[in-house]
Design a binder for this molecule. Sequence first.
Ligand SMILES: [Zn+2]
Length: 145
Amino acid sequence: MFLIGVDEMVHEWALAESIADYIERELSKKGKKNIAKIVIKLGILQSIDKEILDFALKEIIKSRDYRVGEIVYEDEEVILKCRRCGYEWRINPSQLDEAIREAIHFVPEAVYSYFKCPRCGSRDFEIVRGRGVSIKEIILGDNNE
Ligand SMILES: [Zn+2]
């Protein structure tokens, strides 16, 4: 258990805000105001605090003109791929040193300072999966007037 700094909370709130904006755009395109369920994928690279994100998202949605039933979060593992030799490998951010995790949390590109291809040693790799937040699925609710 450790204390969460203010900056860290601001990051989750900013993410929640952009999810809420996304939902709003999707609903207004469809002329709807009610979601039964939304599935949000969280890339684990940035060690996003799910509890803060969930709290923030629910608070923000209260102030919006639509309603969301169930919010489900799914972790997306991190897969890196070497641009030089094509090797793909996984990393598990929860096993990293806390200072490194924090650096990557704020600046995902910091990952390039801490990892290199296990096969050829190149730092020229891409983040194939596990970065950022994405919406996997939105299920509209009933009685959507
Ligand atoms: Zn390589």
